[in-house]
Ligand binder design. Structure first.
Ligand code: GAP
Length: 541
């Protein structure tokens, strides 16, 4: 944005632009949409394909140690039993019995609201005094007022997780204190998520939907896999699942790849494909949806290899790759999962986080998973997953490092980081607004727009069309001859086209050069066709 602080409705503006310019639509919109599902329009599908292609080229084609795979979306149900998904791919679900809303317990935050009251207490003290002469004593009584404090829970507040969970709970607590006309000091809130609520607290915590306590159920495990039936029968014997991750394909096909692919440790198997999760609360546009696309790679290493070094190398590789597609370094950070929250077989997981307008969130997870997955499938299928070590003459099950990222999450990050609104001057010097998407040339859905200055000069139009045809053989280009040139530039800025070329009178009457306008600097210069191709060759790879 041109202003230092992004507007509070930045996300709404991005969603509106994505729809207006044909990047992303709600799925089945004419029927009211389906929560957690989205369609990619003409520009969105190009942007998404460019993300996939960049990843595939850099991850698979430009490396000698990684091969590709495309496994089926529906696999044998035993795959998901062995992987642990049938028993454990769950999120904690909470129902509101009144509103019928459902929440993820770990995204529902609450706190008891405690008020500290000062109470005036009268204290009577008795002092004994003994007369100097003789042995008689007298009791003297003195009354004084003391302030004692007492803490009282005046109720509970709850909110759904947001980038300002703490602030929202604080406001709710202050509102509750006013409503109850409670006197005294509000103590700092002790915030917990609903999975940590004690049974006796559950009836006291208000539902975020109604604001009233008493309607929330205790959390229960909800399996997120979509079930389906394979074949004509509709009983348990035919039950299968839409895959919730692409990774299991790489484990299940591990032996086939080793036996046919001439691969040697360390090596990786990569896959891009759709995954499905029946998320309890899909949200933040395409950030958490129910149908999404993953790009995952399983990097197999020797059981004695330095897994920590390899893990770190992959974290850095992923970070560098995100920079190579134009995400700003300032928006990236790392989050190491605490040891006590890791699965028993996991050696470590680090997430690359991205600063989205709705908060810093996971973009890419890089996990060191030991040999858990291969061992599980070996056990369940009875097929060995070992590799023979020539040096030690021993067989072993390789360990794995797994970088796993969502295409849609990258696309959203690219949209959010690239979006800007700026004040610019038009040809007459008037200030106007321009909305621009600063996509890297690698990802931009349209690389070049070809614009004849006028459309009623056949020679000029013929030259523009010839250039357009030449470019189109290799690049996604756009031809536009309608409207004032300034307006045509704005239209391209809004869809993130890095360059516009304008064919003008000089092109046909002089040296054949045309103007090249840069989206970000808005500077123009004259270049020859060969220079344009050289520029594209360098920037679009
Ligand atoms: N095989 C490991 C695995 O699937 P994950 O952390 O559950 O790990 C990997 O998912 C990545 O897939 C995430 O970092 C995220 O980018 C993406 N992802 C996961 N769930 C998603 C959802 N519901 N919507 C969009 N992307 C999702």
């Amino acid at each position: 944005m041109s202003t230092a602080e992004p507007p509070t409705d930045l996300m709404e503006r991005i969603v509106a632009l994505a729809k207006r310019r044909g990047f992303i639509f709600p799925s089945s919109e004419i029927y009211g949409g389906l929560n957690g599902f989205f369609d990619y329009g003409p520009l969105g599908v190009e942007l998404k394909k460019n993300i996939r292609d960049c990843w595939w080229n850099d991850m698979v084609r430009r490396r000698d140690d990684i091969v590709g795979l495309e496994s089926s979306i529906i696999m044998h149900p035993k795959v998901w039993e062995a992987s642990g998904h049938v028993a454990g791919f769950t999120d904690p679900l909470v129902d509101c019995k009144v509103s019928k809303q459902r929440y993820r317990a770990d995204q529902l935050f609450f706190a008891p609201v405690v008020v500290r009251k000062g109470l005036e207490v009268e204290e009577t003290k008795t002092t004994k005094s003994i007369a100097k002469e003789g042995f008689t004593s007298t009791d003297t009584e003195a009354t004084s007022t003391q302030i004692k404090t007492e803490d009282e829970i005046i109720g509970y507040v709850s909110v759904l997780e947001s980038e300002n969970t703490k602030g929202e709970l604080q406001s709710a607590a202050e509102a509750l204190k006013r409503k109850r006309a409670a006197k005294g000091e509000l103590l700092p809130l002790k915030i917990r998520d609903f999975t940590e609520a004690r049974l006796e607290e559950i009836t006291l915590i208000p539902s975020p939907a109604t604001g009233e306590p008493g309607s929330l159920t205790p959390p229960r495990a909800f399996n997120m896999m979509f079930e389906t039936y394979v074949g004509a029968l509709r009983d348990d014997s035919a039950k299968s699942y839409l895959r919730p991750e692409t990774a299991q394909g790489m484990f299940v096909d591990f032996k086939s790849v080793v036996d046919t692919g001439r691969v040697k440790l360390p090596f990786g198997i990569a896959q891009i494909g759709k995954s499905f999760r029946n998320e309890i609360t899909p949200r933040n546009f395409i950030f958490r949806s129910r149908e999404f696309e993953q790009m995952e790679m399983e990097y197999f290493i020797h059981e004695d290899a330095d897994w920590d070094k390899c893990h770190k190398e992959w974290i850095e590789w992923c970070r560098q790759w995100l920079l190579s597609i134009g995400l700003p370094e300032s928006h990236l950070s790392l989050y190491a999962h605490p040891k006590e929250k890791l699965a028993f077989y996991s050696k470590g997981t680090v997430d690359i986080m991205f600063k989205y307008p709705f908060g810093v969130q996971e973009l890419w997870g890089i996990a060191a998973r030991g040999n858990y997955d291969l061992s599980q499938h070996a056990k369940a299928s009875g097929k060995p997953m070992e590799i023979f070590d020539e040096a030690t003459k021993k067989k072993f099950v390789p360990h794995v490092i797994e970088p796993a990222v969502g295409v849609d999450r990258i696309l959203l990050a690219v949209l959010c980081a690239g979006y800007a609104e700026e004040d610019v001057k038009d040809e007459k010097g008037n200030v106007e607004k321009r909305t621009v998407l600063r996509f890297s040339p690698r990802l931009a859905p349209v690389k070049v727009a070809v614009l004849p200055l006028v459309k009623n000069k056949p020679e000029l139009v013929a030259r523009a069309e010839a250039l357009y045809k030449n470019l189109k053989r290799k690049y996604a280009v756009f031809y536009d001859e309608s409207g004032a040139i300034g307006r045509r530039y704005r239209r391209q800025d809004e869809i993130g086209t890095p360059w516009c070329v304008t064919i003008d009178f000089e092109t046909i009457e002089m040296d054949g050069t045309f103007t090249l306008r840069d989206r970000d600097s808005m500077q123009q210069k004259r270049i020859h066709e060969a220079e344009l191709f050289a520029l594209l060759e360098e920037k679009v790879y």
